[in-house]
Design a protein around this ligand. Structure first.
Ligand SMILES: C[S@@+](CC[C@H](N)C(=O)[O-])C[C@H]1O[C@@H](n2cnc3c(N)ncnc32)[C@H](O)[C@@H]1O
Length: 268
């Protein structure tokens, strides 16, 4: 796999567009899911980009975006950004709560989905929080439902190794657990892996773009998530450690998104 640098215009839109991967995942889930679909829950939904892709496929269903109260302004901002988002978001509900305590009845959702975010739950609530959030997702999933989770992996190319090391060193603890960890945790909840697929996004940031991204993460994440005691090392310290390698190779964005689809184990 060869990584291409983002142009500055592409970098500005990199998170919003994500190379169309959210749409590919929504398509993948809708083709693999076999039961009926009445309610879809995206958790954690952030701005709501991922659930918006499901709303294109299931426009008449109940579509719920779950996020912290601090995510609500971004969700509303995107919904009101222009007419096409207003249209796309018109049926989306926003449920403001912590992923570890969902105010929903058991077995009430047919699809529970996410696009990134489990690393952020680890940042705010630790490993125990991720396990609790996963068990909440399982609890609210109907017997015939599909649980779609996503995680990010990095390969052995220099720009990917740098990204992996940077996110592990920054101090936020916003790091994905590996695939097998999720499979094991799910097995403990009597969930069976149905199918998995990796979606590639072989793009990387220039040194300047990476500096912008990392400075933002070092300064903003501790502020936004101060109630959870989130902290990071200073940007200067991080750049002293990695700046030269990033200058030479660039830094991969979220390059490999692994999607896992789980179902409840058969009763018999
Ligand atoms: C990477 S974003 C989600 C991206 C989104 N799914 C998308 O498609 O763009 C992760 C979100 O998780 C939220 N988050 C972090 N800890 C959380 C928690 N304990 N409960 C609910 N949401 C949480 C953050 O506020 C952040 O908006």
């Amino acid at each position: 796999m060869k990584f291409e640098y983002f142009t500055d215009e592409e970098y500005q839109e990199a998170f919003d567009q994500f190379g169309g991967i959210r749409s590919e995942i929504a398509d993948f889930v809708s083709k693999k899911h076999t039961g009926h679909v009445r309610t879809i829950l995206d958790i954690p939904a952030g701005h709501g980009y991922h659930i918006a892709e499901f709303s294109k496929i299931y426009p008449k269903r109940r579509l719920v975006a779950v996020g912290l109260p601090s995510d609500l302004p971004s969700f509303r901002g995107l919904r009101n950004a222009n007419e096409s988002y207003q249209q796309l978001f018109r049926n989306l509900e926003y449920l403001s709560c912590d992923a570890t305590e969902l105010p929903l009845e058991n077995c009430t959702c047919d699809l529970v989905v996410n696009f990134l975010g489990l690393e952020d739950i680890r940042m705010t609530k630790g490993e125990r929080g991720v396990i609790t959030a996963l068990s909440e997702m399982v609890r609210i999933l109907g017997r015939e439902g599909t649980l779609q989770i996503s995680l990010v992996e990095y390969g052995d190319l220099p720009e990917e190794k740098i990204a992996d090391e940077v996110w592990k060193s920054i101090g936020l603890n916003a790091v994905f657990f590996p695939r097998d960890w999720f499979v094991e945790v799910m097995q403990e909840q009597n969930m069976v892996l149905q199918i998995e697929e990796v979606f590639f996004y072989p793009r990387k940031m220039t040194s300047r773009q990476a500096a912008e991204e990392l400075e933002f993460a070092c300064e903003n994440a501790p502020r936004t998530f101060s109630v959870f005691g989130v902290s990071a090392i200073g940007f200067e310290e991080l750049w002293d450690k990695f700046g030269e390698r990033i200058d030479n190779h660039g830094m991969a964005y979220w390059s490999r998104i692994r999607v896992l689809l789980f179902k409840h184990e058969d009763d018999d």
